[in-house]
Design a protein around this ligand. Structure first.
Ligand code: EPS
Length: 376
């Protein structure tokens, strides 16, 4: 299965084509829209989310609520296009207005201009913008429905905002009570995180954070220890690193494992009649030798602060070469809740691709039967 996305932040809309979905998957459109709404929510989001009411329109691949096995096209139309048509239309628009030449440090603006040419970073930022993630979330919601049909569940929560961190560990079943404002688990920590965001907003600044993702129900043997590009951790890390503003990914104990002794890191193996092999810990994050080992998958994603700052960092105008403050019309102060939703979606899409590649299923009955036969 392959996902391709297209679309610009202030263009007509954002589009996704999911190729290789099996036939017979029941699609719940309300669920897709619910994930889109979650992506738009969260404390610290900017003014753009007050304009948009993201909804997915299915343009192909589904008949009467069921996939056909043909490429599925999803569209998320940009309401803001109404305000931008005269600067963004594919033909006959005014490209001399709404130019961006005071390139933003941390954004794709300057490097994109060097690579693609020109002096108007609008041509770069329109695609580099995290607005693209809306349609990835729509596609991820479809993949989540496929995974749910074979008992795989993806969840997560926000562990830190700026330097405010929740150090507790949570069981998968507890994650359903994550708090709506920031998807944090602890009210006290979340209150502190919200105050941190308020401080950033007052200073015209931004902040990032860390989300933890968990996956239940993945059987052993996904990925490979034989060919390195097929390693499951490499595939999941690539899916997560492809999200705008992500600067780091950890699997299981991650970077902390490097500071501990092996005897405190590796998950010892036990066996009981009827239960089979089991572990009492999961510091490997469910992946050993590049393969799922049947335990829960545990991944952490670090998001840098969004690079559009209302205070504007020092930069250079690419036309005049004079010093300037970087461009800013509006900004998200913190989009960590959105990142959590996008990261879950990326994991859903990457895992659906793995499941379909391993089972080779063309329809959902085949998928259920073949997945069911795999070892735990
Ligand atoms: C986003 C829409 C964008 C930004 C944000 C994500 O809207 P606009 O550029 O019109 O304000 O709010 O994009 C960025 C963080 C970025 O760096 O470009 C969205 O829908 O998620």
């Amino acid at each position: 299965m392959k996902l391709t996305t297209a679309g610009e932040s202030h263009g007509k809309g954002l589009f996704a084509i999911l190729e290789g979905l099996p036939a017979g998957l029941k699609i719940d459109c309300g669920e897709i829209d619910a994930w889109l709404a979650r992506r738009q929510s969260g404390y610290g989001r900017g003014a753009r989310q007050k304009i948009e009411r993201d909804r997915a329109e299915i343009l192909s691949g589904v008949r009467n609520g069921v996939t056909l096995g043909s490429p599925m096209t999803l569209a998320v139309w940009n309401k803001d296009y109404g305000n931008w048509e005269r600067y963004m239309a594919p033909e006959g628009c005014d490209v001399s207005a709404r130019t961006l030449t005071k390139v933003r440090p941390g954004h794709a603006d300057l490097t994109g201009l060097k690579k693609y040419g020109g002096t108007d970073a609008r041509n770069i930022l329109e695609r580099a913008s995290a607005r693209e993630s809306a349609v990835r979330v729509a596609a991820g919601a479809v993949c989540r429905q496929l995974l749910a049909a074979i008992g795989i569940e993806v969840s997560g929560y926000v562990r830190s905002v700026g330097g405010v961190t929740d150090e507790r560990e949570y069981a998968f079943c507890e994650l359903s009570r994550r708090l709506p404002e920031l998807f944090m688990m602890d009210e006290g920590v979340q209150r502190e995180a919200m105050a941190f965001i308020d401080g950033c907003a007052a200073a015209g600044d931004t902040c990032g954070g860390v989300a933890e993702l968990r996956v239940k129900g993945v059987k052993s043997g996904f990925g490979s220890c034989m060919t390195y590009e097929e390693k499951l951790d490499a595939r999941l890390a690539a899916a997560l690193m492809s999200i705008q503003a992500v600067k780091g990914v950890e699997v299981g104990a991650g970077f902390a494992a490097a500071a501990a002794r092996g005897s405190r890191v590796h998950d010892e193996i036990f066996y009981e009649e009827g239960r089979g092999f089991f572990r009492k810990s999961n510091r490997a994050g469910g992946i050993e030798g590049g393969m799922s080992n049947g335990e829960e998958l545990v991944l952490r994603v670090a998001m840098k602060p969004i690079p559009t700052l209302m205070q504007g960092l020092s930069t250079v105008d690419v036309c005049t070469h004079e010093g300037a403050r970087a461009a800013a019309e509006r900004s998200d102060v913190c989009a960590i809740l959105a990142l959590e939703v996008i990261a879950e979606s990326a994991v859903c899409t990457a895992l659906a691709a793995e499941v379909l590649a391993r089972t080779g299923a063309d329809n959902m009955a085949e998928l259920a039967e073949r997945y069911g036969r795999l070892p735990q």
